[in-house]
Ligand binder design. Structure first.
Ligand SMILES: C[S@@+](CC[C@H](N)C(=O)[O-])C[C@H]1O[C@@H](n2cnc3c(N)ncnc32)[C@H](O)[C@@H]1O
Length: 222
């Protein structure tokens, strides 16, 4: 079986994803608030799967000590160009993060965990590098969403090939809130959904992005 990280690197090295700030935050108008870019000044922030660095730059611009990791060389290159000296960009696989325990105050990841076939291992790494009492913000595609239904109806069996920025195959699993909660044992996690064809009032129920936020407990679960 092909490794999900290998699929991801092939996909995004061949068809990198690069949006300007304006393109990204007008496509996802809710993201600026949902990512909490303005709320982590002075904190150590880790972005897992930083892609070409658009969100990483926002944390840095708002005063965070920001580090982004990604596994795709082309994305790492674009992220380094974008953030310059404002943030660190490190090549790493999210299943083996190259940081000591409890190194970060805030761990953020948008659109990445659902591309990992060993999500338990990746989530446990995110928790390990987060300090007790630190905050998580993990954003994945929602299984119960209008977009998932529309993709299925529109593209049939191969619908998963039409979600990312090219039809190069990539591993993809859609999540329910309880599946995400199980990945972060002991954390108090709450959920919101966003992005539903501009229908702001429907998005909390049928939105495409499932945003999980939570606090790592100060005492490890028994
Ligand atoms: C859809 S892109 C999202 C990038 C960025 N977060 C954004 O929203 O623009 C998914 C990213 O996850 C990265 N990725 C996938 N599997 C990974 C892994 N095992 N370790 C680290 N990064 C990974 C890919 O290289 C890619 O940059």
């Amino acid at each position: 079986m092909v490794d999900s990280a290998q699929l991801a690197t092939q996909h995004w090295n061949e068809t990198p994803l690069f949006l300007t700030d304006d393109e990204r935050y007008s496509t996802y108008p809710w993201l600026y608030e949902a990512a909490e870019f303005r709320d982590h000044a002075g904190e150590k922030v880790l972005e897992v799967g930083c892609g070409s660095g658009c969100d990483l730059l926002q944390f840095a611009k708002h005063g965070a000590v920001a580090t982004g990791v990604d596994i795709t060389d082309r994305h790492l290159e674009l992220a380094r160009q974008r953030v310059g000296s404002l943030a660190a960009v490190v090549k790493a696989d999210m299943r083996h993060l190259p940081f000591p325990d409890a190194s970060f105050d805030y761990v953020y990841s948008h659109g990445v965990l659902h591309h990992c076939s060993e999500a338990e291992q990746a989530a446990s790494e995110m928790l390990r590098v987060l300090r007790p009492g630190g905050r998580l913000n993990i954003q994945v595609y929602a299984l119960y969403s209008a977009s998932a239904l529309v993709y299925r109806l529109r593209y049939g069996r191969d619908w998963k090939l039409h979600i990312e920025n090219s039809t190069q195959p990539v591993y993809l699993k859609l999540y329910t809130a309880s599946q995400v909660r199980r990945l972060f044992p002991g954390c108090r996690v709450s959920f919101r959904k966003y992005q539903c064809y501009g229908l702001r009032f429907v998005a909390p129920l049928l939105g495409w992005f499932l945003v999980a936020t939570g606090i790592k407990p100060v005492q490890a679960p028994q």
